[in-house]
Design a binder for this molecule. Sequence first.
Ligand code: KG4
Ligand code: ZN
Length: 344
Amino acid sequence: TDKPLVLGIETSCDETGVGIVRGTELLANTIASSMDEHARFGGVVPEVAARAHLEALTPTIEQALETAGIALADVDAIAVTSGPGLAGALMVGVGAAKALAVALDKPFYAVNHLVGHVGADLLRDDEGDLELPTIALLVSGGHTSLLHVRSLTDDVELLGETIDDAAGEAFDKVARLLGLPYPGGPHIDRAAASGDPAAVRFPRGLTLPKDLEKHRYDFSFSGLKTAVARHVERMRDDGIEVPVADIAASFREAVADVLTKKAIAACVDLGVPRLLLGGGVVANARVRELAAERAAAAGVSLRIPPLSLCTDNGAMIAAIAAQRIMAGHGPSPLDVAADSTLPV
Ligand code: KG4
Ligand code: ZN
């Protein structure tokens, strides 16, 4: 077969991901997470993440090769996330990928993490092919970005992103102030199931007419987080028991509302009847529900890859490199550096 066999490495945050693909076929998607080590800090600690990648990378590569049933020498190319992400964490992956490429004498492909999230959809085998152009909404603990994707190899436009906290980060912070464990997203989601989403009308960031002019596709969650904190403090001061389920449901509603409203608005404004979701927050029940509802109402087709491909992984990085190889693009120069603020 002429489909390139690519090994992809992802170390931009707390997941050490190694994936192996042949073209758009997923052969391995191996993950080691340092999440547990960050739990007591209530968020990812960059130095801890970088050290964990260093320790996990070699065993994770070995495990991925075993899963795929191939030897390292069989690989046609090495791909890696070069940014955006945590500087030290990225450096571990980029250094390792270059070392492998040089030692094996194979081409090296540096891949943008956000583009990788979009590429994850190529690897699913349950739906038809990803159609382009598409709008993509990527929501995780590290990013909240809205993209206009015309080509996975060379035409991805950033429409907007969070100007403060990422949506997942807001879930984690609100969970913490409600006394729920880290990472808080799944706990809020569970608590919200039995709560009233209309109990409190929390603010929807950057949705006022004056905000829309400059920040039509941008997000802001720090005001929402502060509003929840104030609300909870006031109740505690007044000796009222905090209704965790109602607060969780009202907070979740505010996040899901803004995310889906802006994503669908982009589809409508730009005449792109397709929306792709990615990132760990896509697990959220209300985000999925409201996205489906609003997409249907707007005549937009909605794609949500399985969660194992939505969260950070190396396979999506390999998938983008495979697309570039199949499109005839050459490798990246070996002096490409990790770039924590790499634009799309
Ligand atoms: O993509 P991801 O696994 O990793 C990185 O951000 O690197 O996303 C993790 C984020 C965390 O902030 C977590 O709280 C959030 O996704 N998350 C959720 C849910 N499951 C995970 N947020 C809301 N609802 C969920 N069900
Ligand atoms: Zn990510």
